[in-house]
Design a protein around this ligand. Structure first.
Ligand code: UTP
Length: 289
């Protein structure tokens, strides 16, 4: 079955970015001039996703406003013939159907994904975390969708992170099948280095079968007292085959300050309108560090 729908859980508190995230959702913090969430929605559009559900929470209405039509602004820009700015203001809103639902209490990523149950119905779907941005030639979620077309079951987006970082991620126990594809044996959320089965981490992109909802309904609170998507996936892996795919591309954890800074610098250096002046600046300060 074709993957048509995606879910972006974006209801978290974003405490690592306080005080900025007190009134501004972390997904609205811009990498240069575009909110983080828009890069993710553009990835979904590029992969051919038709319907998108963004899970929000109280105080995150800016996300809803961002994907709405800015009627007055667009009229003024149109009247003034400012085509480039008009296109920037319109963004991706007319390329994909964006829906919203509020998670009433932030009880974890698994709990947030469960809010998508009636939107998804009985079809496989994509999950894209609201604070992971991936730069790649082929859209990251599109790579996983392609794998799903071949294997017809859940595919997790993974990359090696190095043993020193395993305690920050869901880590998979898996066996290489072919090229970049692994068959999953198990998975553990944020293991200690000595308990980690590998350094292959799940990094914010998933294609999941609808059987996950039944698992999520039975998943008790796990690490951090939250309902963890990883725990539900472990349950699902006992019922269905599951794969992990080592996707191509550079992934940035925008939810962390280091990831956010790295993305800002890399994105600026990749932008033709900013590159020259900005790289001159970087070169000028390099010796002072
Ligand atoms: P994180 O733990 O990275 O996000 O969750 P957070 O809780 O917003 O960040 P900090 O740690 O307080 O800074 C991973 C993803 O799951 C979503 C987040 O929005 C993020 O995209 N999430 C998390 C929810 O949608 N609901 C939750 O209850 C928890």
């Amino acid at each position: 079955m074709k993957i048509r729908k995606a879910v972006i859980p974006a209801a978290g508190f974003g405490t690592r970015f306080l005080p900025a995230t007190k009134a501004v959702p972390k997904e609205m913090l811009p990498i240069i001039d575009k909110p983080t969430i828009q890069y993710i929605v553009e990835e979904a559009v590029a992969a051919g996703i038709e319907d998108l559900l963004i899970i929000t929470s109280r105080g995150k209405d800016a996300l809803v406003n961002h994907f709405d039509k800015a009627f007055e602004l667009e009229s003024v820009l149109e009247h003034d013939g400012k085509e480039e700015m008009l296109a920037a203001a319109r963004g991706v809103s007319d390329k994909i159907n964006v829906h919203f639902i509020r998670q009433q209490e932030q009880k974890g990523l698994g709990h947030a994904v469960l809010y998508a149950k009636s939107f998804i119905g009985n079809e496989p779907f994509a999950v894209m975390l609201g604070d992971d941005v991936v730069v790649s030639d082929k859209p990251c979620i599109g790579q996983l969708m392609e794998q799903y077309d071949n294997c017809g079951t859940t595919v997790l987006g993974v990359q090696k992170v190095g043993m020193e970082h395993v305690s920050k991620y869901g880590i998979v126990d898996c066996e290489k099948v072919d090229g970049r594809l692994y068959e999953l044996r198990g998975m553990v959320e944020k293991p200690k280095r000595e308990d980690a089965p590998s350094d292959i981490a799940v990094l914010g992109r998933y294609v999941i079968t609808p059987a996950i909802f039944n698992c999520l309904e039975k998943t008790p609170k796990g690490a951090g007292g939250e309902i963890q998507l990883t725990d539900a996936l472990v349950m699902l892996a006992q019922k269905e085959k599951m794969y992990a795919y080592n996707f191509e591309g550079k992934r940035y954890d925008i939810g962390s300050k280091q990831g956010f800074l790295q993305a800002t610098v890399d994105f600026a250096l990749a932008r033709p309108d900013l590159k020259d002046e900005f790289s001159d600046y970087i070169k000028s300060i390099v010796n002072t560090i």
